[in-house]
Design a protein around this ligand. Structure first.
Ligand SMILES: CC(C)(COP(=O)(O)OP(=O)(O)OC[C@H]1O[C@@H](n2cnc3c(N)ncnc32)[C@H](O)[C@@H]1OP(=O)(O)O)[C@@H](O)C(=O)NCCC(=O)NCCS
Length: 172
């Protein structure tokens, strides 16, 4: 069983190198995650420093999946901040390093993130994901409802267009 931990602001800063390595590995694997090559260490550190700050403000739950003490996977719940959406959150950046895939890390991360969101009073989660990739099937298997697709929404790191699929899940 992977060891899933909810990371504090300080723990996020402690693990920035590992978080950056996981993100870089997923981009190198052509996952559409908001970044294009060349993806630098500095870009990764800036991104995760911003996440750490959001964790510190209580706007994000950040989970790490550890294998033999090494952070090899991660996921986030971003709390919707608009006053009329106190019940909603976004599931973001489900990432597992290729060296640790197929061992249940994403399954354990998703379970922890959904439970954490529910424990924080969120009753609705939303996400978007690249169409035709493994994650799409994983979300469907976990009971997420597909609400639609948007063609050519973003680019894959290799420059091809990437359709996106929007999913939601009620936690009640
Ligand atoms: C998608 C991703 C998170 C899956 O992580 P993982 O830890 O390897 O997944 P798990 O081991 O928990 O497997 C989850 C399910 O997918 C299946 N699976 C895993 N790898 C698979 C593969 N290569 N082919 C087919 N099915 C696979 C597992 O059997 C499991 O199914 P089950 O619940 O029926 O047993 C990982 O591939 C990844 O980081 N991809 C790049 C980043 C990305 O696209 N993230 C999504 C952003 S929205």
């Amino acid at each position: 069983m992977p060891d899933i931990r909810l990371l504090s602001h300080a723990e996020t800063l402690d693990h920035i190198a590992a978080l950056t390595a996981v993100l870089a590995d997923c981009i190198a694997d052509n996952a559409s995650l908001g970044f294009m090559p060349p993806f630098s260490q500095g870009e990764g550190e800036t991104f995760w420093t911003g996440v750490a700050e959001a964790v510190g403000r209580g706007e994000v739950l950040l989970y790490g999946a550890f294998v033999d003490g090494w952070l090899m996977g991660t996921v986030q719940i971003g709390f919707a901040l608009k006053p009329n959406q106190p019940h909603r959150g976004d599931l973001m950046k489900l990432l597992v390093h290729r060296a640790a895939r197929g061992r249940g890390l994403s399954t354990a991360l998703m379970a922890a993130a959904e439970a954490g969101a529910a424990a924080s009073g969120r009753t609705l989660l939303v996400l978007d994901t690249a169409k035709g990739e493994l994650a799409e099937a994983i979300y469907e298997k976990r009971g997420w409802q597909r609400s639609g697709e948007i063609p050519d929404y973003a680019l894959f790191p290799d420059g091809r267009f990437c359709d996106t699929v929007i999913f939601y899940k009620r936690l009640t």
